[in-house]
Design a protein around this ligand. Structure first.
Ligand code: ATP
Ligand code: MN
Length: 465
Protein backbone atom coordinates (compact mmCIF):
# COMPACT_ATOMS: atom_id res chain seq x y z
CA UNK A 1 0.00 0.00 0.00
CA UNK A 2 1.68 3.21 -1.02
CA UNK A 3 0.47 6.60 0.06
CA UNK A 4 1.86 8.35 -2.97
CA UNK A 5 -0.35 6.69 -5.56
CA UNK A 6 -3.62 7.04 -3.67
CA UNK A 7 -5.55 10.18 -4.38
CA UNK A 8 -6.66 12.72 -1.87
CA UNK A 9 -10.24 13.95 -1.99
CA UNK A 10 -9.08 17.57 -1.95
CA UNK A 11 -7.30 17.15 -5.29
CA UNK A 12 -10.12 15.11 -6.79
CA UNK A 13 -12.71 17.74 -5.93
CA UNK A 14 -10.63 20.71 -7.06
CA UNK A 15 -10.22 19.29 -10.60
CA UNK A 16 -12.34 16.17 -11.00
CA UNK A 17 -10.70 13.79 -13.49
CA UNK A 18 -14.07 12.59 -14.81
CA UNK A 19 -14.10 9.20 -16.47
CA UNK A 20 -10.89 7.95 -14.86
CA UNK A 21 -10.44 5.11 -12.41
CA UNK A 22 -9.07 6.10 -9.06
CA UNK A 23 -8.86 4.95 -5.48
CA UNK A 24 -9.69 6.87 -2.32
CA UNK A 25 -9.06 5.90 1.27
CA UNK A 26 -10.87 7.37 4.21
CA UNK A 27 -13.55 7.12 6.85
CA UNK A 28 -17.27 6.86 6.45
CA UNK A 29 -19.29 9.90 7.48
CA UNK A 30 -22.65 8.44 6.61
CA UNK A 31 -24.42 5.77 4.59
CA UNK A 32 -27.75 6.22 2.89
CA UNK A 33 -29.49 3.27 1.26
CA UNK A 34 -31.69 3.47 -1.82
CA UNK A 35 -33.29 0.71 -3.83
CA UNK A 36 -30.48 -1.54 -5.09
CA UNK A 37 -27.57 0.72 -4.09
CA UNK A 38 -26.14 2.86 -1.27
CA UNK A 39 -24.59 6.32 -1.07
CA UNK A 40 -21.47 6.49 1.05
CA UNK A 41 -20.10 9.84 2.17
CA UNK A 42 -16.37 9.45 2.70
CA UNK A 43 -13.81 11.89 4.08
CA UNK A 44 -10.07 11.51 4.19
CA UNK A 45 -9.12 14.60 6.20
CA UNK A 46 -7.65 16.45 3.24
CA UNK A 47 -10.52 18.92 3.13
CA UNK A 48 -13.87 19.66 4.66
CA UNK A 49 -15.90 18.06 1.91
CA UNK A 50 -16.36 14.35 1.49
CA UNK A 51 -16.65 12.45 -1.74
CA UNK A 52 -19.89 10.67 -2.50
CA UNK A 53 -19.48 7.04 -3.41
CA UNK A 54 -22.23 5.10 -5.17
CA UNK A 55 -22.10 1.44 -4.13
CA UNK A 56 -24.26 -0.83 -6.25
CA UNK A 57 -25.84 -4.02 -4.93
CA UNK A 58 -23.86 -5.88 -7.59
CA UNK A 59 -20.65 -5.46 -5.56
CA UNK A 60 -19.58 -8.84 -4.18
CA UNK A 61 -19.55 -7.66 -0.55
CA UNK A 62 -22.66 -5.46 -0.80
CA UNK A 63 -24.99 -7.45 1.47
CA UNK A 64 -22.34 -8.83 3.80
CA UNK A 65 -20.30 -5.69 4.39
CA UNK A 66 -21.37 -2.50 2.68
CA UNK A 67 -24.89 -2.58 4.09
CA UNK A 68 -23.37 -2.91 7.56
CA UNK A 69 -21.05 0.09 7.28
CA UNK A 70 -21.56 2.75 9.93
CA UNK A 71 -20.05 6.15 10.74
CA UNK A 72 -16.33 5.90 11.51
CA UNK A 73 -15.54 2.74 9.51
CA UNK A 74 -12.33 2.94 7.51
CA UNK A 75 -12.37 1.82 3.90
CA UNK A 76 -10.88 2.24 0.47
CA UNK A 77 -12.88 2.52 -2.69
CA UNK A 78 -11.73 1.95 -6.25
CA UNK A 79 -14.06 3.17 -8.94
CA UNK A 80 -14.74 5.47 -11.85
CA UNK A 81 -15.33 9.15 -11.26
CA UNK A 82 -18.45 10.46 -12.89
CA UNK A 83 -20.31 13.71 -13.11
CA UNK A 84 -22.82 13.83 -10.27
CA UNK A 85 -26.48 14.47 -11.03
CA UNK A 86 -26.96 15.70 -7.44
CA UNK A 87 -26.68 19.33 -6.41
CA UNK A 88 -23.72 20.54 -4.34
CA UNK A 89 -21.11 18.20 -5.76
CA UNK A 90 -19.44 18.03 -9.15
CA UNK A 91 -18.47 14.39 -9.10
CA UNK A 92 -19.19 11.05 -7.48
CA UNK A 93 -17.27 7.81 -7.45
CA UNK A 94 -19.02 4.76 -8.88
CA UNK A 95 -17.52 1.95 -6.82
CA UNK A 96 -16.05 -1.14 -8.45
CA UNK A 97 -14.35 -2.48 -5.36
CA UNK A 98 -14.68 -1.56 -1.71
CA UNK A 99 -12.26 -2.85 0.93
CA UNK A 100 -13.04 -2.41 4.61
CA UNK A 101 -9.91 -1.75 6.69
CA UNK A 102 -11.43 -1.11 10.08
CA UNK A 103 -14.92 -1.49 11.48
CA UNK A 104 -16.32 0.94 14.07
CA UNK A 105 -18.99 -0.62 16.26
CA UNK A 106 -21.91 1.79 16.02
CA UNK A 107 -23.04 0.95 19.53
CA UNK A 108 -19.69 2.06 20.95
CA UNK A 109 -18.32 4.68 18.54
CA UNK A 110 -18.67 7.97 20.42
CA UNK A 111 -18.79 10.35 17.45
CA UNK A 112 -22.10 10.88 15.73
CA UNK A 113 -22.86 12.49 12.44
CA UNK A 114 -24.74 15.31 14.20
CA UNK A 115 -22.99 18.34 15.70
CA UNK A 116 -21.46 17.77 19.10
CA UNK A 117 -20.32 20.36 21.61
CA UNK A 118 -16.66 21.34 21.89
CA UNK A 119 -16.82 20.45 25.59
CA UNK A 120 -17.87 16.92 24.72
CA UNK A 121 -15.22 16.62 22.02
CA UNK A 122 -12.55 17.62 24.57
CA UNK A 123 -13.23 14.32 26.33
CA UNK A 124 -12.17 12.54 23.11
CA UNK A 125 -8.83 14.08 22.14
CA UNK A 126 -7.87 10.90 20.27
CA UNK A 127 -10.97 10.91 18.06
CA UNK A 128 -12.05 14.52 17.76
CA UNK A 129 -9.74 15.12 14.79
CA UNK A 130 -12.29 13.23 12.72
CA UNK A 131 -14.94 15.90 13.21
CA UNK A 132 -15.36 18.69 10.68
CA UNK A 133 -14.45 21.47 13.08
CA UNK A 134 -11.36 19.98 14.72
CA UNK A 135 -10.14 18.66 11.38
CA UNK A 136 -10.51 22.14 9.90
CA UNK A 137 -8.72 23.64 12.92
CA UNK A 138 -5.74 21.32 12.43
CA UNK A 139 -5.52 22.14 8.72
CA UNK A 140 -5.62 25.86 9.58
CA UNK A 141 -2.99 25.36 12.29
CA UNK A 142 -0.72 23.60 9.86
CA UNK A 143 -1.16 26.27 7.22
CA UNK A 144 -0.46 29.06 9.72
CA UNK A 145 2.71 27.34 10.83
CA UNK A 146 3.80 27.02 7.23
CA UNK A 147 3.03 30.69 6.55
CA UNK A 148 5.05 31.78 9.58
CA UNK A 149 8.10 29.93 8.34
CA UNK A 150 7.54 31.30 4.83
CA UNK A 151 7.29 34.84 6.13
CA UNK A 152 10.51 34.71 8.10
CA UNK A 153 12.43 32.81 5.47
CA UNK A 154 11.36 35.35 2.84
CA UNK A 155 12.56 38.15 5.09
CA UNK A 156 16.04 36.74 5.62
CA UNK A 157 15.54 35.25 9.09
CA UNK A 158 17.29 32.03 10.11
CA UNK A 159 15.37 29.50 12.14
CA UNK A 160 17.07 28.84 15.46
CA UNK A 161 16.33 25.80 17.60
CA UNK A 162 16.54 27.08 21.14
CA UNK A 163 16.77 24.61 24.02
CA UNK A 164 13.72 23.09 25.66
CA UNK A 165 15.61 22.22 28.83
CA UNK A 166 17.25 25.26 30.32
CA UNK A 167 18.84 26.51 33.50
CA UNK A 168 18.64 30.16 32.52
CA UNK A 169 15.09 31.22 33.09
CA UNK A 170 14.64 34.96 33.27
CA UNK A 171 11.16 35.76 34.46
CA UNK A 172 9.03 32.80 35.21
CA UNK A 173 10.17 31.99 38.76
CA UNK A 174 6.82 30.65 39.90
CA UNK A 175 5.86 29.24 36.53
CA UNK A 176 8.64 26.72 35.99
CA UNK A 177 8.37 23.00 35.49
CA UNK A 178 11.49 21.52 37.01
CA UNK A 179 13.25 18.84 34.97
CA UNK A 180 14.94 16.29 37.16
CA UNK A 181 16.41 12.80 37.01
CA UNK A 182 16.48 12.48 40.79
CA UNK A 183 14.45 9.91 42.66
CA UNK A 184 11.70 12.05 44.15
CA UNK A 185 11.23 9.62 47.01
CA UNK A 186 14.88 9.97 48.05
CA UNK A 187 15.97 13.52 47.34
CA UNK A 188 19.47 14.59 48.32
CA UNK A 189 19.22 17.38 50.88
CA UNK A 190 21.81 20.07 51.65
CA UNK A 191 22.88 21.18 55.14
CA UNK A 192 20.45 24.06 54.71
CA UNK A 193 17.60 21.57 54.25
CA UNK A 194 17.20 22.43 50.57
CA UNK A 195 17.04 20.00 47.68
CA UNK A 196 20.62 19.48 46.50
CA UNK A 197 20.37 20.07 42.77
CA UNK A 198 24.15 19.92 42.42
CA UNK A 199 23.67 16.15 42.53
CA UNK A 200 20.99 16.23 39.83
CA UNK A 201 21.57 15.35 36.18
CA UNK A 202 22.68 18.83 35.07
CA UNK A 203 24.51 19.69 38.28
CA UNK A 204 22.02 22.48 38.91
CA UNK A 205 18.30 23.03 38.86
CA UNK A 206 16.94 22.86 35.32
CA UNK A 207 13.49 23.46 33.93
CA UNK A 208 11.42 23.45 30.78
CA UNK A 209 11.80 26.69 28.88
CA UNK A 210 9.25 29.50 29.25
CA UNK A 211 10.71 31.38 26.26
CA UNK A 212 13.58 31.08 23.81
CA UNK A 213 14.20 34.80 23.77
CA UNK A 214 17.45 35.08 25.66
CA UNK A 215 19.05 32.35 23.59
CA UNK A 216 17.65 33.91 20.40
CA UNK A 217 19.34 37.19 21.37
CA UNK A 218 22.73 35.49 21.28
CA UNK A 219 22.24 34.45 17.68
CA UNK A 220 20.59 37.70 16.56
CA UNK A 221 23.86 39.32 17.60
CA UNK A 222 25.68 36.92 15.31
CA UNK A 223 23.42 36.34 12.31
CA UNK A 224 21.28 39.47 12.32
CA UNK A 225 17.76 38.12 12.17
CA UNK A 226 16.69 34.81 13.70
CA UNK A 227 13.46 33.24 14.90
CA UNK A 228 12.47 30.31 17.05
CA UNK A 229 9.19 28.45 16.83
CA UNK A 230 8.90 25.83 19.49
CA UNK A 231 7.04 24.61 22.53
CA UNK A 232 7.14 26.60 25.77
CA UNK A 233 5.95 25.57 29.19
CA UNK A 234 4.39 27.52 32.00
CA UNK A 235 3.13 26.05 35.23
CA UNK A 236 0.72 28.91 35.78
CA UNK A 237 -2.23 27.62 37.63
CA UNK A 238 -4.68 29.79 35.76
CA UNK A 239 -7.51 27.78 34.35
CA UNK A 240 -8.51 30.32 31.73
CA UNK A 241 -9.74 29.94 28.18
CA UNK A 242 -6.50 31.43 26.80
CA UNK A 243 -3.72 29.80 28.83
CA UNK A 244 -2.12 26.41 28.37
CA UNK A 245 0.68 24.79 30.35
CA UNK A 246 2.31 23.79 27.05
CA UNK A 247 1.98 26.11 24.09
CA UNK A 248 3.92 27.04 20.98
CA UNK A 249 5.62 30.36 20.62
CA UNK A 250 7.04 32.20 17.63
CA UNK A 251 9.93 34.44 18.65
CA UNK A 252 11.81 36.56 16.12
CA UNK A 253 14.83 38.51 17.31
CA UNK A 254 16.43 41.24 15.19
CA UNK A 255 19.69 43.09 15.47
CA UNK A 256 19.66 46.77 14.48
CA UNK A 257 15.97 47.06 15.25
CA UNK A 258 14.14 49.40 17.61
CA UNK A 259 10.65 49.31 19.07
CA UNK A 260 9.01 50.89 16.04
CA UNK A 261 10.64 48.30 13.77
CA UNK A 262 9.51 45.57 16.15
CA UNK A 263 5.90 46.75 15.94
CA UNK A 264 6.13 46.99 12.15
CA UNK A 265 7.37 43.42 11.93
CA UNK A 266 4.66 42.09 14.24
CA UNK A 267 1.97 43.80 12.21
CA UNK A 268 3.41 42.72 8.88
CA UNK A 269 3.77 39.12 10.01
CA UNK A 270 0.18 38.87 11.27
CA UNK A 271 -1.09 40.43 8.08
CA UNK A 272 0.93 38.05 5.93
CA UNK A 273 -0.13 34.85 7.67
CA UNK A 274 -3.82 35.79 7.85
CA UNK A 275 -3.84 36.91 4.23
CA UNK A 276 -2.21 33.62 3.24
CA UNK A 277 -4.85 31.72 5.19
CA UNK A 278 -7.77 33.60 3.69
CA UNK A 279 -6.60 32.67 0.20
CA UNK A 280 -5.50 29.10 0.97
CA UNK A 281 -8.24 27.85 3.31
CA UNK A 282 -11.53 29.50 2.30
CA UNK A 283 -13.67 26.42 2.98
CA UNK A 284 -12.32 25.77 6.45
CA UNK A 285 -12.66 29.45 7.34
CA UNK A 286 -16.21 29.53 5.98
CA UNK A 287 -17.09 26.67 8.34
CA UNK A 288 -15.92 28.65 11.36
CA UNK A 289 -17.58 31.79 10.07
CA UNK A 290 -20.86 29.92 9.80
CA UNK A 291 -20.89 27.80 12.95
CA UNK A 292 -18.51 29.38 15.45
CA UNK A 293 -18.23 33.12 14.91
CA UNK A 294 -20.33 35.00 12.36
CA UNK A 295 -17.96 37.98 12.51
CA UNK A 296 -14.84 35.95 11.81
CA UNK A 297 -14.17 36.86 8.20
CA UNK A 298 -15.03 40.49 8.86
CA UNK A 299 -12.55 40.53 11.73
CA UNK A 300 -9.83 38.89 9.68
CA UNK A 301 -10.34 41.50 6.98
CA UNK A 302 -9.72 44.19 9.62
CA UNK A 303 -6.21 42.86 10.09
CA UNK A 304 -5.35 44.09 6.64
CA UNK A 305 -5.74 47.69 7.84
CA UNK A 306 -3.07 49.46 9.90
CA UNK A 307 -3.29 48.58 13.59
CA UNK A 308 -4.06 51.36 16.03
CA UNK A 309 -0.95 52.23 18.07
CA UNK A 310 -1.11 54.01 21.39
CA UNK A 311 1.15 54.39 24.39
CA UNK A 312 0.39 52.78 27.72
CA UNK A 313 -0.17 56.25 29.22
CA UNK A 314 -2.71 57.09 26.52
CA UNK A 315 -4.43 53.75 27.12
CA UNK A 316 -4.67 54.48 30.85
CA UNK A 317 -6.17 57.89 30.15
CA UNK A 318 -8.77 56.37 27.82
CA UNK A 319 -9.70 53.82 30.48
CA UNK A 320 -9.91 56.49 33.18
CA UNK A 321 -12.24 58.65 31.08
CA UNK A 322 -14.27 55.74 29.69
CA UNK A 323 -17.10 56.00 32.19
CA UNK A 324 -16.86 52.23 32.66
CA UNK A 325 -16.62 50.50 35.99
CA UNK A 326 -13.95 47.83 36.01
CA UNK A 327 -13.44 45.10 38.59
CA UNK A 328 -9.77 46.19 38.84
CA UNK A 329 -9.64 49.97 39.29
CA UNK A 330 -7.47 51.77 36.76
CA UNK A 331 -4.37 53.76 37.67
CA UNK A 332 -1.06 54.56 35.99
CA UNK A 333 1.45 51.85 36.83
CA UNK A 334 -0.96 48.93 36.93
CA UNK A 335 -0.76 45.94 34.64
CA UNK A 336 -3.67 45.98 32.18
CA UNK A 337 -6.15 43.26 33.05
CA UNK A 338 -8.05 41.39 30.41
CA UNK A 339 -11.22 43.44 31.08
CA UNK A 340 -9.24 46.61 30.26
CA UNK A 341 -7.74 45.11 27.12
CA UNK A 342 -11.15 43.89 26.04
CA UNK A 343 -12.71 47.31 26.53
CA UNK A 344 -10.04 48.91 24.33
CA UNK A 345 -10.10 46.29 21.56
CA UNK A 346 -13.73 45.15 21.56
CA UNK A 347 -15.65 48.30 22.57
CA UNK A 348 -13.55 51.37 21.91
CA UNK A 349 -11.41 50.76 18.83
CA UNK A 350 -12.96 47.52 17.54
CA UNK A 351 -9.71 46.54 15.87
CA UNK A 352 -6.21 45.31 16.66
CA UNK A 353 -4.15 47.59 18.87
CA UNK A 354 -0.51 47.91 19.78
CA UNK A 355 0.13 49.38 23.22
CA UNK A 356 3.73 50.45 23.85
CA UNK A 357 5.97 52.07 26.48
CA UNK A 358 4.85 50.26 29.61
CA UNK A 359 5.92 51.20 33.16
CA UNK A 360 9.27 49.58 33.92
CA UNK A 361 7.94 48.26 37.25
CA UNK A 362 5.63 45.75 35.57
CA UNK A 363 8.09 44.55 32.93
CA UNK A 364 11.19 42.35 33.02
CA UNK A 365 14.76 43.63 33.37
CA UNK A 366 15.83 43.10 29.76
CA UNK A 367 13.43 45.63 28.23
CA UNK A 368 15.11 48.85 27.15
CA UNK A 369 14.72 51.76 29.54
CA UNK A 370 13.22 54.87 27.94
CA UNK A 371 14.65 58.35 28.49
CA UNK A 372 11.81 59.21 30.91
CA UNK A 373 13.36 56.62 33.26
CA UNK A 374 9.82 55.44 34.06
CA UNK A 375 8.85 53.35 31.07
CA UNK A 376 10.46 50.66 28.95
CA UNK A 377 10.32 50.10 25.19
CA UNK A 378 7.79 47.26 25.39
CA UNK A 379 4.81 46.56 23.19
CA UNK A 380 1.80 44.24 23.27
CA UNK A 381 -0.42 43.46 20.31
CA UNK A 382 -4.04 43.06 21.38
CA UNK A 383 -6.79 41.70 19.16
CA UNK A 384 -10.58 41.78 19.56
CA UNK A 385 -12.06 38.78 21.30
CA UNK A 386 -8.78 37.51 22.69
CA UNK A 387 -6.64 40.29 24.12
CA UNK A 388 -2.86 39.90 24.11
CA UNK A 389 -1.54 37.81 21.27
CA UNK A 390 2.02 39.22 21.04
CA UNK A 391 4.36 40.64 23.65
CA UNK A 392 7.67 42.16 22.65
CA UNK A 393 10.27 44.81 23.33
CA UNK A 394 13.46 46.50 22.33
CA UNK A 395 16.14 44.92 24.50
CA UNK A 396 18.46 46.84 26.79
CA UNK A 397 21.77 46.89 24.92
CA UNK A 398 23.68 49.18 27.35
CA UNK A 399 25.69 47.17 29.87
CA UNK A 400 25.52 49.71 32.69
CA UNK A 401 21.78 50.28 32.37
CA UNK A 402 21.14 46.54 32.15
CA UNK A 403 23.13 45.68 35.27
CA UNK A 404 21.40 48.51 37.17
CA UNK A 405 18.00 47.15 36.10
CA UNK A 406 18.98 43.64 37.15
CA UNK A 407 19.89 44.93 40.59
CA UNK A 408 16.54 46.77 40.86
CA UNK A 409 14.66 43.64 39.80
CA UNK A 410 16.65 41.39 42.17
CA UNK A 411 18.01 39.34 39.28
CA UNK A 412 21.39 37.80 40.19
CA UNK A 413 24.14 38.61 37.70
CA UNK A 414 26.19 35.48 38.16
CA UNK A 415 24.03 33.11 36.04
CA UNK A 416 23.62 35.79 33.35
CA UNK A 417 27.28 36.46 32.61
CA UNK A 418 26.82 35.07 29.12
CA UNK A 419 23.87 37.43 28.59
CA UNK A 420 25.94 40.37 29.82
CA UNK A 421 28.77 39.30 27.51
CA UNK A 422 26.48 40.13 24.59
CA UNK A 423 26.57 43.74 25.88
CA UNK A 424 30.30 43.64 26.64
CA UNK A 425 31.33 42.46 23.19
CA UNK A 426 29.86 44.02 20.09
CA UNK A 427 26.52 45.02 21.55
CA UNK A 428 23.88 46.30 19.15
CA UNK A 429 20.40 47.71 19.45
CA UNK A 430 18.02 44.81 19.01
CA UNK A 431 14.39 43.87 19.48
CA UNK A 432 12.01 40.96 19.24
CA UNK A 433 8.67 39.58 20.29
CA UNK A 434 6.79 36.42 21.20
CA UNK A 435 3.61 35.40 19.42
CA UNK A 436 1.50 32.80 21.18
CA UNK A 437 0.77 30.42 18.31
CA UNK A 438 -2.45 29.06 19.84
CA UNK A 439 -3.75 32.59 20.33
CA UNK A 440 -3.15 33.11 16.62
CA UNK A 441 -5.14 29.96 15.86
CA UNK A 442 -7.93 31.29 18.10
CA UNK A 443 -7.88 34.53 16.12
CA UNK A 444 -7.94 32.66 12.81
CA UNK A 445 -10.80 30.31 13.71
CA UNK A 446 -12.91 32.32 16.13
CA UNK A 447 -12.70 29.41 18.57
CA UNK A 448 -13.05 30.85 22.05
CA UNK A 449 -11.29 28.20 24.10
CA UNK A 450 -7.57 27.58 23.69
CA UNK A 451 -8.13 23.86 24.45
CA UNK A 452 -9.80 23.56 21.05
CA UNK A 453 -6.93 24.95 18.97
CA UNK A 454 -4.20 22.46 19.93
CA UNK A 455 -4.44 18.71 19.35
CA UNK A 456 -3.58 17.68 22.91
CA UNK A 457 -4.13 20.49 25.41
CA UNK A 458 -2.15 20.52 28.66
CA UNK A 459 -3.89 22.38 31.45
CA UNK A 460 -3.88 22.09 35.25
CA UNK A 461 -5.02 18.58 36.11
CA UNK A 462 -5.04 17.33 32.53
CA UNK A 463 -2.31 15.73 30.44
CA UNK A 464 -3.60 12.18 29.97
CA UNK A 465 -3.19 12.01 26.21
P1 ATP B 1 -0.76 36.77 29.40
O1 ATP B 1 -0.72 38.15 29.97
O2 ATP B 1 -1.85 36.58 28.39
O3 ATP B 1 -0.73 35.70 30.45
P2 ATP B 1 2.07 37.00 29.10
O4 ATP B 1 2.23 38.47 29.08
O5 ATP B 1 2.39 36.24 30.32
O6 ATP B 1 0.60 36.59 28.58
P3 ATP B 1 4.37 36.68 27.37
O7 ATP B 1 5.35 36.22 28.37
O8 ATP B 1 4.43 38.08 26.89
O9 ATP B 1 2.90 36.34 27.89
O10 ATP B 1 4.38 35.64 26.15
C1 ATP B 1 4.25 36.01 24.78
C2 ATP B 1 2.96 35.48 24.18
O11 ATP B 1 2.78 34.10 24.46
C3 ATP B 1 1.72 36.13 24.74
O12 ATP B 1 1.47 37.34 24.09
C4 ATP B 1 0.65 35.10 24.45
O13 ATP B 1 0.22 35.19 23.11
C5 ATP B 1 1.39 33.80 24.59
N1 ATP B 1 1.16 33.14 25.89
C6 ATP B 1 1.68 33.49 27.08
N2 ATP B 1 1.32 32.64 28.05
C7 ATP B 1 0.54 31.71 27.45
C8 ATP B 1 -0.12 30.53 27.90
N3 ATP B 1 -0.04 30.14 29.18
N4 ATP B 1 -0.81 29.79 27.00
C9 ATP B 1 -0.86 30.17 25.71
N5 ATP B 1 -0.26 31.26 25.21
C10 ATP B 1 0.45 32.03 26.06
MN1 MN C 1 3.11 39.67 27.56
Amino acid sequence: MTQISSQRIKQIISAPPLGTTLEIKGWLKSRRDAKGFSFLDITDGSCLQGLQVVADSGLTNYQEEIKKLTTGCCLSVRGVLQESPAKGQAAELIAEEITIHGWADAALYPLQKKRQSFEFLRTLPHLRGRTNSIGAMIRIRSRLSHAIHTFFQQHGFYELHTPIITASDCEGAGELFTVTAMDLAHLPITKEQQVDYSRDFFGQQASLTVSGQLEAETYALALGNVYTFGPTFRAENSNTSRHLAEFWMVEPEMAFCDLAGDMDLAEEMLRFVIDDLVTSAPDDLALFNRFVDKELLKRLALLQEPFKRLSYSEAINLLLTSGQTFAYPVSWGMDLQSEHERYLTDSLFKRPLIIYNYPKKIKPFYMRLNDDNKTVAAMDVLVPGIGEIIGGSQREERLDVLTARMAQCNVPQEPYQWYLDLRRFGSAPHAGFGLGFERLVMLATGLGNIRDVIPFPRTPGSAAI
